[in-house]
Design a protein around this ligand. Structure first.
Ligand SMILES: [Zn+2]
Length: 277
């Protein structure tokens, strides 16, 4: 089974200590794929500190030099992969940055170039803010040669004219009908690939994620964690459940204890694992 970890929301507002606290030890065992916001707008995201939230000012990553240095080191030692997480992330009036709009291709090109030059790396995966994507955003990703962290689906941009769309749709429908857990594959849409995430948040149930993990392991599939460094201390919303950090750690401990698990970056899994379409 391929295993990867996606962590969203690294930005100007992130300190090296924030990431080191969560990933300092575990990133020595396998890579962490960070979805990074190039020019975070201080809107409503919970990743924005209270004193900035709602100001709507724009904060480029390069203005946090200690973080830039930390990320560059982590990339060069293979501990971190960098993915693109929107451009501003937050938009006024509750708009979702990549759900629609004509300027998305430019934002992807500019945000990607900025992060690649600043951090000295190559970006292969785009993660939309708040997991919201649409037809225009998906086309922009595909034209840029990027892949999607997450799964769009028919309602969020898969082309209705593509044969691959409907073969995947049918495959996933049959999988769920037969009691299949999660989406244990990388999906090939022809012009790009998508890697669904298994959320590790306060709302997630550890029993559910462990069941998906075991069934995916048994079939030799793909299990990608999706979490946020900034809520690792948060308690579970479910009585008796572990904190987000404990939940993540249990999945990681399970992964590293089994020789059938191959831990790679999200980009490597997207490109190297067997795909379905
Ligand atoms: Zn985000």
């Amino acid at each position: 089974m391929y295993f990867c970890i996606r962590d969203d929301d690294t930005s100007f507002f992130t300190s090296p200590e924030d990431l080191e606290r969560v990933y300092g030890e575990v990133s020595q065992w396998g890579p962490i794929s960070l979805a990074v916001v190039p020019f975070h707008r201080a809107g409503t995201s919970k990743a924005v500190p209270d004193k900035f939230r709602g100001r709507w000012s724009v904060h480029p990553l390069h203005e946090n030099q200690p973080l830039v240095d930390y990320l560059r080191t982590g990339i060069s030692t293979g501990r971190f992969e960098i993915m693109l997480h929107g451009y501003h992330h937050d938009e006024p009036h509750g708009r979702l940055e990549f759900a629609s709009g004509a300027h998305l291709a430019q934002r992807i090109a500019d945000g990607r170039k900025y992060l690649e030059d600043l951090l000295g790396t190559t970006i292969r995966v785009f993660v939309p803010p708040r997991n919201a994507i649409g037809r225009q955003g998906l086309r922009a990703i595909a034209r840029a040669g990027l892949h999607l962290g997450g799964a769009a689906g028919v309602r969020s941009g898969w082309s209705p004219l593509s044969r691959k769309t409907w073969s995947l749709w049918l495959r996933l429908r049959l999988w769920r009908k037969s009691g299949g857990l999660g989406v244990p594959w990388v999906l090939d849409l022809g012009d790009h690939r998508e890697i669904p995430g298994n959320a590790v948040t306060p709302a997630s149930r550890i029993q559910h994620n462990e069941a998906i993990f075991e069934s995916t392991l048994a079939m030799g599939g793909v299990f990608c964690v999706a979490t946020h460094y900034w809520e690792q201390a948060a308690p579970s919303l479910h009585t008796g459940g572990p904190t987000v950090g404990e939940h993540l750690r249990r999945l990681i401990d399970r992964a590293v204890s089994d020789s059938r698990v191959v831990w790679r970056s999200v980009g490597e899994v997207v490109l190297e694992s067997p795909v379905v379409a």
